[in-house]
Write a protein that binds this ligand. Structure first.
Ligand code: BDR
Ligand code: CA
Length: 312
């Protein structure tokens, strides 16, 4: 079983991934930490509390970054996830309250309580992980593993020609987190764009998830319009659920070890640049950059089946 902290900006595809984290028998969900990204951080926290309440679970939710570490903040893209992050569907009030600690402090405390056992799964801009590293640099030796949904190796970007949204929204945090030297896997657009969750899959998920299913399906309908309009496909890419699929079903993915950097300035801002391990470079920074594992290929249909079976 995997003990995880799920760092998230819910977000339609985040909501589905949170549902998996709440429901999968092999996941022990220690907490949700929230960040701005798809929505402002207060909305992200509200949605995280709401989704766990709808699942009948009391999971600690700790609020984190309200914006990027260094750069000015980009406005959340309301046409993708809706102004409320969940496709503008009407949402019930939440009863619970957020943990009094910051997301970064929650991460540090939780990892310190179980050294070597906790996996961080981050599916939004990664400012909370960067802040946790600032508080406790020895986290790099104490986490079991870090899985980041973000970036792109060969696929190109979804916000700019080269930058994926989670990287673009806080490139300075991403640069620190991806080169920190902890055991890290990058689940980027190369694999998430190969996974298309269709309305038929969503119908099965809705039927299996009660009140939570209504929110997942209602918000999905809004997200689907965006995919239809911008990518011309009938279905949605379940980006954030792919991070959990990688953790639980690595056999469905092809990965490669290599050096990874994130561009923080200029036209390439937010681009992830990957060099497979073993290639020599004249510029010494490249050979010194720690090795991570990057997803290159996936059995997309099998991942979508796994997501659907987990929630149906
Ligand atoms: C990522 O950006 C967000 O909009 C999604 O929730 C996902 O985490 C995909 O680029
Ligand atoms: Ca997300």
């Amino acid at each position: 079983s995997h003990a995880i902290i799920f760092d998230t900006d819910p977000g339609v595809d985040d909501a589905q991934a949170i549902a998996i984290a709440l429901r999968h028998p092999d996941i022990e969900l220690l907490g949700l930490t929230t960040t701005y990204g798809n929505v402002d951080v207060e909305t992200a926290t509200h949605n995280a509390l709401l989704l766990s309440e709808l699942a009948g679970r009391e999971i600690p939710v700790a609020q984190g970054a309200a914006g990027p570490m260094v750069k000015p903040r980009h406005a959340p893209p309301k046409h993708i996830h809706g102004g409320n992050g969940l496709g503008n569907i009407p949402l019930p009030d939440v009863k619970g309250k957020a943990d009094p600690r910051s997301a970064a402090q929650f991460i540090v405390d939780t990892v310190n309580a179980r050294p070597g056992e906790v996996t961080l799964v981050a599916v939004g801009p990664v400012g909370n992980l960067a802040a946790a590293l600032q508080l406790a640099p020895d986290l790099v030796d104490k986490v079991k593993q870090v899985v980041v949904m973000g970036g792109s190796i060969r696929e190109g970007g979804n916000v700019t020609p080269v930058a994926e949204a989670n990287m673009f929204n806080d490139p300075d945090a991403a640069a620190r987190v991806l080169t920190a030297g902890w055991p890290l896997a990058l689940v980027g657009l190369d694999v998430t764009h190969r996974c298309v969750l269709t309305p038929a899959h969503m119908a099965r998920i809705e039927a299996g998830q009660g009140e939570l299913g209504k929110v997942l399906a209602g918000s999905y309908a809004f997200y689907r319009d965006f995919y239809q309009e911008f990518l011309g496909i009938d279905g949605c890419c379940p980006h954030d659920s792919c991070a959990l699929a990688w953790l639980l079903r690595p056999d469905l993915f092809t990965t490669a070890p290599g050096h990874l950097m994130v561009a923080t300035e200029g036209a390439a801002e937010g681009q992830t640049i990957f060099a497979p391990q073993g290639r020599g470079f004249i510029e010494p920074r490249w050979s010194q950059t720690p090795i991570v594992e990057a997803c290159l290929e996936v059995d997309g249909e099998a991942v979508v089946e796994w997501i659907t079976d987990t929630l149906a």
